[in-house]
Design a protein around this ligand. Structure first.
Ligand code: PMP
Length: 399
């Protein structure tokens, strides 16, 4: 049977990554991997979850269907959490999603018709591009750094008669660069979005993992100061418990104007009815049991690993290699000399020194960034991070 003929046009936009094949080699025990951007399973609060499941499963409720908006108790906790972040809102402004990845898919589904424009940074989160790609958008580059005003190349969009629907950013300790947008850049981004009359997608997956420096107000909180009414805000905030509690539970949330949440509730109903009731109740239970102390422990542990990686890069990397200085999150972004291709370097690094990372090109919607790489420090023990950086530096010195 000729399957190709039967598939929707969107399948052309869903590409498997070539580096996946190489990354299969990661299972070998002697490989030191900086590739996976995942939390260290050692830090999962397993005992708290064991206590929570014993308690929660005394009732039938967690095993039953529930409402699409999400568990009310959990949304009330999130309402309090958002108020602490300077976003007073109602539970009706919150939708629980199956991880923030689902939020990105729903946002694509809600906003993007084929040919619409999504503004993304270059580089940006690969999973966001994968989620949006299914809705066949075109991308324009959103250049927004540190505290500068964003540069947006919308001329091409206008020439093509395309409508700019949203600007997507990971403002805190971004995946992949580890960089953070300053307050000025966030305000300037809101100004640009207002001029363009488009939405802003604030992907806050790493926001809670700050290791140094002052917290920067979320984009949604800054906009709320301008409008005074969440239901008139153009920013959609996507949160997640994947990095702070457990990604396997797939619990995330969106905060936005009620008309947008109402639309996304309809999408949720058609998609999976609701996120698993049991998982939402487990998260709610664990949140009420010393979550701030758990966050402190995570920050301390990841901070140590970040410091080890940054110090090792300073000690061992040859001239011509530059890297970001993340104040939180899980990633350091390497910029290699222009003649070095990240994918070719990965092949060599795996073969010669059994060291892995993610080449940076795939994070660029426009195919640029061949001489970049993402290193994650989240899963390595300090000694292995130091050893891994030393090995990578050896490969780079020999190129
Ligand atoms: N956004 C960013 C920036 C991420 O790095 C990730 C996970 N790697 C996600 C969203 C999705 O996370 P989850 O679906 O587990 O919440």
């Amino acid at each position: 049977m000729e399957f190709e003929r039967l598939l929707a046009s969107r399948h052309h936009f869903m590409k498997a990554s070539e580096i996946r094949e190489l990354l299969k080699l990661l299972d070998q025990p002697e490989v030191i991997s900086f590739a996976g951007g995942i939390p260290d399973p050692e830090f999962f609060p397993r005992e708290a979850f064991q206590r929570a499941s014993a308690e929660v499963l005394t009732q039938a409720e967690p095993l039953q269907y529930s409402i699409s908006e999400g568990d009310l108790g959990l949304r009330q906790q999130l309402k309090a959490h958002m108020a602490d972040l300077g976003v007073p809102c109602g539970v009706e402004n919150i939708l629980i999603t199956s991880g923030s990845q689902q939020a990105l898919d729903y946002i694509g589904k809600l906003f993007l018709s084929p040919g619409d424009t999504a503004l993304v940074e270059s580089p940006t989160y690969l999973g966001a591009l994968a989620a949006f790609n299914a809705y066949e958008p075109r991308y324009d580059r959103l250049q927004v750094q540190g505290n500068q005003s964003p540069e947006v190349s919308t001329a091409a969009a206008q020439a093509a008669g395309s409508c700019v629907k949203f600007a997507y950013v990971v403002p805190d300790f971004s995946n992949p660069t580890g960089e953070t947008l300053g307050c000025g850049a966030r305000e300037a981004l809101l100004d640009r979005a207002t001029t363009l009359d488009c939405a802003v997608i604030e992907d806050a997956a790493y926001q809670a993992l700050r290791y140094e420096g002052e917290a920067i107000p979320s984009i949604l909180s800054l906009e709320l100061k301008r409008t005074g009414d969440i239901n008139r805000c153009r920013t959609l905030y996507c949160g997640s418990f994947s990095k702070t509690l457990a990604p396997g539970l797939r619990v995330g949330w969106i905060v936005a104007a009620k008309p947008l949440i109402d639309q996304m509730v309809l999408i949720k109903q058609a998609s999976d009815l609701h996120s698993p009731t049991l998982n939402q109740m487990l998260v709610s239970h664990v949140l009420s049991e010393g979550f701030p102390a758990h966050l402190e422990y995570l920050r301390k542990s990841y901070r140590e690993r970040r410091d080890v990686m940054l110090n090792a890069l300073t000690s061992y990397m040859p001239d011509g290699v530059h890297w970001s200085q993340p104040e939180g999150g899980m990633f350091v972004w390497l910029t290699l000399p222009p003649h070095i291709d990240g994918a070719a370097l990965l092949k060599r690094a795996l073969e010669q020194e059994k060291i892995a990372f993610v080449p940076g090109q795939a994070f660029h919607a426009d195919g640029s960034g061949a001489n970049t790489a993402r290193l994650s420090f989240s899963c390595g023990k300090p000694d292995s991070i130091r050893e891994g950086v030393q090995r990578l530096a050896r490969v780079l010195t020999a190129v």
